[in-house]
Design a protein around this ligand. Structure first.
Ligand code: PBG
Length: 324
């Protein structure tokens, strides 16, 4: 028996020792803050199910970006709410589309802010699916053509990285090829490799107005029951040229984060999604949990599981805590 020769509490006896042996630390430079951009001027609308998170019009983005920078958050993930939707999601690749305008505004005002864009059609289609429909089914290959246009239009507007979240087969390769052919070989692709068909996206669908008008997303997003399938998805994305592999949602999928971290040598990102944020907010509002501590513990757990990068609506609050 090792006890009492080895006593783990010796190294827990004060803050200095605990800090000395701490295995995982969060860093604001590895947090990405999602932003929702909406049409209009002077618009700042709070999302009911995501207290503290706002839809912002383009003219208010620069101030938001500066606030983020001041806290040490230097990377944004942009989602757009277009003025109009149509069956093919054509607003997603419009030259003067909402995200394209947002990128130009941000790059102009705060050039050092890194901008990743969501490449997907669900906010832009009138039926709310992430691809275009043929005979009522989300069609894979015709969607790819549109997605490459979206990614290219974002790169042309100045995006630093693109993140396809649609879960169509082959999209990473098609987007990589389109970027390369157009002199954007330096724009990385962050692949939503293991994106599960999750109920944790509920509040986001309100925020981005992108709930499917019929059916659900189970024919393209992954079954929450499957772990080995995540390896197949990630292998495809690596082969197609992905630069970063993402797991989404985060907390219910820590095993997947760990598996991808162990199996691949690319940086791993995890998306701490809207429902995960909303649950903490709701319980905290009732006084049932300590919001700040649950936030920090959640993000730490995601990092400990293997995420290098965390996309979270708590990015600013976490950065504030880290800096204080
Ligand atoms: C859609 C998209 C979704 C999220 C990011 N991109 C929703 C969905 O797939 O239905 C969810 C993000 C969140 O819940 O915070 N392309």
């Amino acid at each position: 028996m090792v006890f009492p020769e080895y006593r783990p509490r010796r190294l827990r006896k004060n803050t200095a020792f605990r800090s000395l042996i701490r295995e995982t630390r969060l860093d604001a430079a590895q947090l990405i803050y999602p932003l929702f951009v909406m049409p209009g001027k002077g618009k700042r609308l709070e999302i009911a199910s995501m207290p503290g998170i706002f839809r912002l019009s383009v003219d208010l983005l620069a101030k938001e970006a500066k606030d983020c920078m001041a806290l040490g958050v230097n990377h944004l993930l942009l989602f757009g709410l277009p003025e109009k939707k149509d069956a093919m999601g054509s607003g997603a690749h419009a030259k003067d589309g909402i995200v394209q305008r947002a990128i130009r505004e941000l790059k102009n005002a705060v050039p050092e802010m890194m901008i990743t864009t969501d490449v997907c059609l669900c906010e832009y289609t009138d039926h709310g699916h992430c691809g275009c429909l043929i005979d009522g089914q989300v069609d894979n290959d015709s969607t790819l053509e549109i997605l490459t246009k979206v990614a290219l239009s974002h790169a042309q507007a100045g995006a630093d990285m693109v993140a396809p979240s649609d879960m169509m087969d082959g999209r990473v390769g098609e987007i990589r090829a389109a970027l390369d052919e157009n002199n954007f070989d330096q724009v990385p692709v962050m692949a939503y490799s293991a994106k599960y068909a999750s109920a944790f996206y509920g509040p986001f669908r309100e925020a981005a107005d992108c709930a499917p008008q019929f059916g659900d997303r189970t024919s393209y997003q992954m079954d929450p029951a499957n772990a080995r399938e995540a390896l197949r998805e990630a292998t495809l994305d690596v082969d197609e040229g992905a630069d970063i592999l993402m797991v989404k949602p985060a907390m219910a999928y820590l095993d997947i984060i760990k598996t991808l971290k162990d199996e691949f040598d690319l940086p791993i990102a995890a998306y701490h999604v809207s429902g995960e944020y909303a649950m903490i907010k709701a319980a905290a509002a009732k006084g049932w949990i300590d919001e700040e501590r649950v936030m920090a513990e959640s993000l730490l757990a995601i990092k400990r599981a293997g995420a290098d990068i965390i996309i979270t609506y708590y990015a600013k609050d976490m950065a504030k805590k880290l800096g204080s």
